[in-house]
Design a protein around this ligand. Structure first.
Ligand code: MF3
Ligand code: CO
Length: 274
């Protein structure tokens, strides 16, 4: 049974807390997407995020997380930085991309999401990379069907990326279960075989987060012990949402519209309550 694998099953009331956390995260990412422009620093983005999360009555989940304690509210990963970039005085330049990852807690329950934002116009292959990685996320979200298996999600992500061309799918980092902690079982790899793994049941919540590069799938961690970069310097995109299966389809807890537009555009059902 799934409980034996340590998977936390949320009650409907707990999912409502996760939805509230998810809305705060979704709003924060919207706000930061608007704020991104040449000349702004990643530290300034971090301050905006912390202010919005706290003003909303939520708690930033990344600050103080793990060892060494993560020092900021968001991760801001620029260009060849894949994930876990630490915000600071780096100034964003036209043509850069910045992956912003954000988490918040409401009533002890977590929301976690990420998006990659172009800083002004970017090169064509970079713009395509963003589209491929975001499409792969939505393919994964669409595979969160009650009665399905975790491997269906991993496979959907992998298939979407592979179908788009020659990209690196980073295997060293995965999505994850989420609920009363940010990271819970099960891991949600971005590669895998369908029909395998834990069943997708009501009350399960997952953070799905493909990390896709224009080159290698191999990564290194910088001396700050957080920032993950591609080994070959190729640029990377990272998109993430928190999702739970419902009888009507996936409910994307960190999308402000519950996932209706993103799933609908791809012909997929959405289980967000109306
Ligand atoms: N949100 C990241 C994830 O998707 C984790 C960030 S690590 C932290 O799993 F230290 F910044 F919290
Ligand atoms: Co995550």
């Amino acid at each position: 049974m799934w409980r034996e694998r340590g998977i936390e099953i949320k009650t409907p009331a707990q999912l409502q807390f996760m939805r509230r956390a998810g809305v705060v995260v979704g709003e924060t990412l919207e706000l930061l997407r608007e704020a991104v422009r040449p000349g702004i620093t990643t530290g300034e983005l971090d301050a905006l995020a912390e202010e919005h999360i706290r003003r909303s009555g939520a708690i930033p989940s990344f600050k103080g997380y793990s060892h060494p304690p993560y020092p900021a509210t968001i991760c801001a990963s620029v260009n060849d930085q894949v994930v876990h970039g630490v915000p600071g005085d780096r100034v964003l330049q036209a043509g850069d991309i910045v992956s912003i990852d954000c988490g918040a807690i409401v009533e002890g329950f977590h929301g976690d999401a990420a998006t990659t934002v172009p800083v002004g116009p970017v090169a064509d292959d970079v713009a395509t990379l963003l589209r491929v990685a975001e499409d792969a996320l939505w393919a994964g979200l669409g595979a969160v069907r009650m009665g399905g298996r975790l491997g269906d999600v991993s496979h959907a992500v992998e298939r979407a990326v592979r179908a788009a061309g020659e990209y690196g799918i980073v295997p060293d980092y995965t999505g994850h279960g989420i609920g009363s902690a940010m990271h819970q079982p099960p891991d949600v790899p971005n590669l895998g075989r369908p029909g395998r793994g834990p069943r997708l049941v009501a009350g399960l919540a997952l953070a799905i987060e493909p990390m896709v590069t224009l080159g290698t799938d191999e990564t290194d961690v910088l001396d700050d012990e957080w920032t993950v970069v591609s080994v070959d310097g190729s640029w990377a995109a990272h998109f993430e949402h928190t999702v739970t299966p419902t009888p009507d389809g996936p409910w994307v807890l960190t999308a402000l519209d519950g996932g209706r537009a993103g799933l609908g555009a791809r012909g997929l059902a959405c289980g967000a309550p109306s």
